[in-house]
Design a protein around this ligand. Structure first.
Ligand code: FAD
Length: 445
């Protein structure tokens, strides 16, 4: 059997590794149009912001490592330009030579990921304007900083990538402004959570322009600005466009694969698409909610890896099934950690749940420790069943462990009341005798 995988970052390499672990005798080939493989996209903002994080830290694996360790053939700088499902053949362009050739698959996996969504901003195509998706783009930003010493950066869009970039560009000595269409940063979260991010940005001297839309990139002589629709001009000799991503599905569209929310490829619990012997995994594929089983598209590396493993297993005769996601995510913005799992209040209301909402402000550890600080847990539960529907947590320390406890509880269908009964670890450096998670359970029952 010959397995061909298109795309070699988080999802594609995960398919290949699991397929090889399951079976020694299958032939596994990956085509990747980029020259980097299996890199940590999640580390890119920190690579830009921190001298001690090197390119090699983000790209620890090479095609020869995969060949030696797993007997997998990874062809970089090879773009798949066409799929013919009836003959099960692909047309591939070698980007180094321009040569076209064909290859034949028994099982094909699309792991083509996502690409930045670029809004219609005038004069965007300039040397000081970047988006951030891969290691080359991070290299270009770093080179631009060292060759041109920009002083003012404007970040368009304040999702988690924009916020991580704000911190890392400030780390490089730039004065940073953020431009956001919505009133508050990180609009995917509820406003009573995002407002704390805004406070942190202000504390750290980041200029935040909310309810503003970038209209054009202006460049007169040495003066560079982002002009907003309101007419304001924001000084910016470096611009980062971080206004979200879209699934990379051109190949899928050409063969009429069924798609779902946000145009991501529809897959079943084994990651099979609507055409026989074709699978899709990672950011190009749709997931579904573990809570209400509706399709959702939350493009994250954590999900991409999991989908890849499930697909690699199914192709080679295993029985792993995808069980849905909660969209659990976490990021850091300066001194704050921000995390979410399950539905936000707005999502739960839009879905018609009869909800109870509670905001719980508690120290992360016993207060006499110097590192003790307050965290806020916003929890949403279903009044009819008592089940937890979601939580958002914001604080300095210990946010990661609380969000994971709550994600685990939701995964197993816990009610808010049951949180109080969890036997969680306690010692003064780590928690309080009743953990902040317990308090949420005590109030929301
Ligand atoms: P991708 O990483 O997009 O890889 C797809 C690959 O397919 C690409 O290399 C592309 O070149 C290749 N390809 C596409 N079409 C073709 C073709 N026709 N022929 C050949 N090759 C093709 N996620 C988290 O969970 N936590 C985080 O903290 C986090 N931080 C992030 C920070 C940044 C700055 C970015 C950019 C992303 C972050 N993510 C994070 C998201 C995470 O990186 C992605 O979810 C993950 O990379 C998705 O993996 P993937 O393999 O599905 O797709």
């Amino acid at each position: 059997m010959k397995i061909i995988i298109i795309g070699s970052v988080a999802a594609g390499t995960s398919v290949a590794a699991k397929a090889r672990r399951n079976q020694e005798n299958v032939e596994i080939t990956i085509y990747e149009k980029d020259s980097d493989i299996s890199y940590s996209g999640c580390g890119l903002p920190y690579y830009i912001g921190e001298d001690y994080i090197k390119r090699d830290n983000l790209t620890p694996r090479t095609p020869s490592w995969f060949k030696k360790r797993f007997n997998i053939d990874i062809n970089t700088q090879h773009e798949v330009i066409d799929i013919n499902p009836s003959t099960q053949t692909l047309t591939i362009r070698n980007l180094a030579t321009g040569d076209l050739f064909q290859d034949k698959y028994d099982k094909l996996v699309l792991a083509t990921g996502a690409t930045p969504f670029i809004p219609p901003i005038k004069n965007l195509n300039q040397k000081h304007v970047f988006s951030l998706r891969n290691v080359h783009q991070a290299d270009s930003i770093l080179n631009f900083i060292s060759n041109h010493a920009p002083k003012h950066a404007a970040i368009i869009g304040s999702g988690y990538i924009g916020l991580e970039m704000a911190e890392n560009l400030q780390n490089r000595g730039l004065k940073v402004s953020i431009i956001e269409m919505e009133a508050l940063p990180m609009p995917a979260l509820d406003p009573d959570v995002s407002v704390h991010i805004l406070k942190e940005l202000k504390n750290k001297k980041i200029e935040f322009y909310g309810n503003e839309t970038a209209d054009s990139i202006l460049h007169f002589n040495e003066n560079k600005f982002v002009e907003l629709k309101s007419g304001k001009q924001i000084k910016a000799d470096l611009v980062i466009v971080s206004t979200g991503v879209k699934p990379q599905t051109e190949l899928a569209k050409n063969i009429n694969l069924q798609t779902s929310v946000h145009g991501a490829i529809r897959v079943n619990e084994h990651m099979q698409t609507s055409i026989d012997n074709i699978y899709a995994v990672g950011d190009c594929a749709v997931a579904y909610s573990r809570i209400d089983f509706e399709p959702v598209w939350v493009p994250l590396g954590s999900t991409a890896n999991k989908m890849g493993r499930i697909c690699g297993d199914h192709i080679t005769g295993g029985s792993l099934k995808f069980e849905g996601i909660l969209g659990t995510g976490i990021f850091k913005v300066f001194d704050l950690s921000v995390a979410t799992t399950g539905f936000t209040e707005e999502e739960a209301r839009n879905k018609g749940y009869n909800i109870a909402v509670h905001h719980n402000f508690k120290p992360n550890q016993t207060e006499y420790f110097a590192s003790s600080s307050e965290m806020m847990i916003k929890m949403i539960a279903d009044k009819d069943t008592g089940k937890i529907l979601g939580a958002q947590i914001i604080g300095k320390n210990g946010v990661d462990k609380r969000i994971d406890v709550i994600a685990t509880a939701i995964t197993f269908g816990a009610t808010a009341e049951q949180l109080f009964h969890l036997d969680l670890a306690y010692a003064p450096p780590f928690s309080t005798t009743k953990d902040p998670v317990h308090y949420s359970g005590m109030v929301l029952n």
